[in-house]
Structures are given as C-alpha cells and as structure tokens.
Design a protein around this ligand. Sequence first.
Ligand SMILES: Cc1cc2nc3c(=O)[nH]c(=O)nc-3n(C[C@H](O)[C@H](O)[C@H](O)COP(=O)(O)O)c2cc1C
Length: 326
Amino acid sequence: MEGITDAPMRALQGATGAFTYAVSEFLRVSIEPLSAKAFLRDIPELNNSGLTPTGTPVQVQILGGDPDRMALSAFAACDAGAKAIDINFGCPAKTVNRHDGGASLLKFPTRIRDVVRAVRDAVPIEIPVSAKLRLGWDLIDCIHLNAAMAAEGGASWVTIHARTRAQGYLPPVFWPRVGKVREELDVPVIANGDIWNLDDFRRCQDETGCRHYMIGRGALANPLLARQIARDLGIYQGVERCGVWKDSDWIPLLKQLITYSDYFGNQVPIRNVLRFKQWLKLARNHGNFAHFDAIKQTQTIGEFFDCLSSAIGASNVGATRALLAL
Ligand SMILES: Cc1cc2nc3c(=O)[nH]c(=O)nc-3n(C[C@H](O)[C@H](O)[C@H](O)COP(=O)(O)O)c2cc1C
C-alpha cells in the first residue's frame, strides 16, 4: 500500500511468517519507462533475491496505461532482480487516474488485456505476471470482462478488490461477485477488501470460494490477523502469538519497525513518528488500539514512546483496579 507498506513494513509483516508474498507499493510508469535503478531504489529487496530480510518474496507492482512503456519497465524490473510483476488496475487516486493509470483502465477492457500481454511478453516466462483489479469504474458487472481480458493477456492470477472505483473505500464489498469471477476464470482469483478480522475472513471465504486472499489494512490494524488467517487455512505452523493482543505488545512491534527502517538506511527519524501515527490511527479506527489521543501530538521518537508507555501503564492500572473491584 502506497505510503505504508514500504520495505521496513514488508520486513515486519514478513516476520509473522504468515504471508506467502508481499506486493510492493506501486511504481507509476508515466512518460518514460522506469529504469532498473528506480526499482532498486524503491524496492531494496531486489538486492536480496526479491526477499524481505525476513524471507518473504516481494512482487513488484507497476501502474500505467501504455503497453510499450509498461513492457519496458517490467523488463527493467526483472533486470533489477524482480521475480514477479503485478499490474495495478485498481488505484482510485484522481492524479493517477487523470494520467491514464490504475482504475481508469477499468473503463477499457481491451486495454487491460493489451497492457498485461505486453508485460507478459516482455519478461521471462518463469516470471509470473498478475493483475490487480477493482470490480469496475462505477459498475460491479464490469469485472467479468475485465478479469477475462487480464487472463487473456496472460495474467497468472488476478487479485480483485471487491468494490468499484466510484466507491473509493466505502462499503459494501461485493465478495459474491468475486466468487462468480473465480468460477469463470481458469487462473486463480485472489479475494481482497475489508477483511478486518477472522469472522470477515471466514465470510469472505464462504462468499467467494477463493483459496487465496490479499490482506491490506486489516493486517496493520490487527497485528495478529495474518497469523490467525494463515492458521485457519492450515498454512501456519506457529502457535504462539495467535490469540490475545495486548496494547503493550505494540511497543516491541513499533521498535522492531525502527530496526528495519535503520536496516534500510532511513535517515529521517521524524518519519518514524509520522508513520507510527498513520499506522496507529488505522489500528484505532479498525482495530482496538485505545491510546491514539495520547500519541497524536508527539513529535520525537522519545516523546512518542514515553507517551505511549504512560498511556498503556495508566490503562493497565485502571484495568487492574476494575478487576479488584469485581
Ligand atoms: C493508503 C493506501 C494505499 C494503497 N496503495 C496500494 C498500492 O500501492 N497498490 C495496490 O495494489 N493497492 C493499494 N491499495 C489498496 C489495497 O491494496 C487494498 O486493495 C484495499 O485497501 C482493500 O483491501 P483491505 O481492505 O484489505 O485494505 C492502497 C490502499 C490504501 C488505503
């Protein structure tokens, strides 16, 4: 996710052992094809056989509407070490869509096919090329033709975010529609959108019949979710840390993210505070993080951890008192 799941975050999420792979933030192909250097700068895992330091394979995502430039960019990505390419036909951002990229392609099914085909033809056969789609620009029915076109272009699999571009991130998600597309296609379909907890996951599983899932915001809002799902699917052997997440568990997790940021050469410590706030806001809105107000004004890492520790300490005392009063 652009602006959130950069290399340090991918390393952290990869450490759960619950993901089969991660997808990079999108790299936009505009008037010039992207160079291998650009890929190496934004996706440093390419220097490590395409793996996070925690061993999770990273797929390179590109976005754009021009088949030739997308093909040249995909070729450059492989030159840089990419082991898999994903093409973004789902981004709803106005600036992206105005420049013929992301979800704007959903209005032109044959262009989806042409972009996928050009990329497919440009990279070695052992490199999978996949497509990420929304259900349509403003109509959910469009997914049938768009997904078929992606498959006809040679997509090895198709990931479907179960909303239209017009919906932005508003409910509802239309999982049954993803299930219909899965029945129609000969390639795997990956279900995506609004899996916030294990119950959502099980409903998504029932309604789509899919065997593969992409989890975005939910994995950030609830740090145990990916493991809970992987265990439900029978692909996660670890039993530890699947059950109860305590607020105090955030502190080592956030510190671990700093370690990975340092590993990737983050020179701007203030960025850590900004991204912590961005992350914990998601956890407040969609998980059960209760201390966002305590940290939202903090400016430095020291201040951030002081305020967070005090807020957690105070709430633990409150909880203990409540228990004693029972
Ligand atoms: C801030 C933000 C950035 C995103 N960036 C990307 C991106 O770079 N590439 C992509 O394929 N999807 C991107 N997405 C969409 C997510 O991958 C996902 O499809 C969407 O959030 C629905 O899934 P979720 O409910 O599991 O988050 C982004 C979403 C958000 C909220």
